[in-house]
Design a binder for this molecule. Structure first.
Ligand SMILES: Nc1nc2c(ncn2[C@@H]2O[C@H](COP(=O)(O)OP(=O)(O)OP(=O)(O)O)[C@@H](O)[C@H]2O)c(=O)[nH]1
Length: 342
């Protein structure tokens, strides 16, 4: 992005901010990151479906309850979190720019006052008559009260800005978390995994430690979905996510890679150790008999998973490491599923 584009986008964000926040408070909508993302999009006017939906709600005078706000966010925004993060970053930058210009005004004001004081000293040293002295003292008194006033105003606006910065900082943290989280299972998502994998490899290269990777895929999940429906399938995904999270140490990194595939990164774990962890996870999942519904009437039987294991080698990059674990998974599937291969 060139400078001109950046400036015009920054101006656009500021313009939207000025419209969105007052409108939200008029409609009693809390300015949370999710809600702000919805109204940012509304005022940006590019997302026509979102605009139509909100205009419909407004013309029917529907009140923007928590559920309605959440549903707008789920329907129209969820997939766009990186863009929203960028928006908040731009707003933070705007605030910082404004803070910097206020600070430089303050410095300039202090310098001007210093100059007035020094002029006053010079004029006094010329032994002026009483009338001139009265005039000089009046002028200095005015100067002092205008400096006091502008310092008070400056203090107020600095304190408001620092509150806004604290708010934006926590919005950024929330948005980063949302962008890294899989909504269905609350595990980390693929984007978070890609970043973590990269830092594992860097750490491994610097410290020469062990690192292992498991790829875990639910067996015959398509049949399962076809038999019981997607909603039950979703519940099973959430159950497997929990089983994985509870089956590993706190420092291990569990993510949903996509669909019915999960990944676990095991720091400081060699290949033999990773095979033990993988086998434990597999057997615990296979042993459970799942049932759902009222009084657990609907029996789902056993869910099984296949696991591919790889350990990081010198010279590996992200792709070679992941591909080795994926090839192990392929062997586990070919060997009849419900097993671990490394
Ligand atoms: N319920 C639900 N199903 C999903 C989700 N994501 C992917 N799936 C389903 O997961 C199934 C994956 O099917 P396949 O890739 O054929 O794999 P499989 O049936 O598990 O077969 P194997 O992996 O060979 O054991 C498809 O039916 C997808 O629709 C999701 O978020 N929810």
């Amino acid at each position: 992005m060139n400078l001109a584009q950046h400036i015009s986008e920054t101006e656009l964000s500021a313009k939207i901010l000025r419209h969105a926040v007052p409108r939200m408070s008029e409609l009693n909508i809390p300015v949370t990151p999710d809600n702000y993302a919805v109204w940012y999009e509304y005022f940006r006017g590019v997302n026509l479906d979102l605009k139509r939906a909100i205009d419909g709600l407004l013309s029917n005078q529907v009140s923007f309850t928590r559920d309605i706000n959440a549903s707008l966010h789920n329907r129209f925004i969820q997939e766009q979190s990186p863009e929203v993060i960028q928006t908040v970053q731009v707003e933070t930058q705007l605030l910082i720019n404004s803070l910097m210009s206020k600070l430089s005004m303050m410095t300039a004001g202090t310098a001007k006052f210093g100059q007035s004081l020094s002029d006053f000293c010079n004029d006094i040293s010329l032994s002026p008559d009483q009338k001139t002295l009265d005039g000089l003292i009046d002028a200095l008194a005015q100067e002092v009260s205008s400096v006091v006033l502008s310092n008070q105003q400056m203090e107020q606006s600095l304190s408001m800005m620092s509150q806004e910065i604290v708010g934006l900082k926590s919005e950024m943290q929330n948005l980063n978390l949302v962008a890294m989280t899989d909504q269905l299972t609350s595990l980390y998502n693929r984007r978070a995994f890609d970043e973590e994998l990269l830092s594992h490899i860097q750490y491994f290269k610097q410290h020469n430690t062990h690192s292992s990777l498991l790829i875990i895929d639910i067996d015959n999940f398509k049949q399962f979905n076809d038999l019981h429906g997607h909603l039950v399938g979703d519940k099973v995904l959430a159950y497997i996510a929990l089983a994985l999270k509870q089956g590993v140490r706190g420092e291990d990194f569990v993510a949903r890679y996509g669909g019915e595939e999960f990944v676990v990164l095991l720091p400081d774990t060699d290949h033999a150790g990773a095979m033990v962890v993988a086998e434990l996870l597999r057997s615990r999942i296979a042993e459970r008999r799942l049932s759902i519904g009222k009084d657990n009437k609907l029996s789902l039987g056993a869910i099984t998973v296949s696991v591919g294991v790889a350990s990081l080698r010198r010279g590996d990059d992200r792709d070679s490491y992941f591909i080795r674990a994926d090839e192990s998974l392929y062997r586990a599937k070919s060997a009849g599923r419900n097993c671990v291969k490394g």
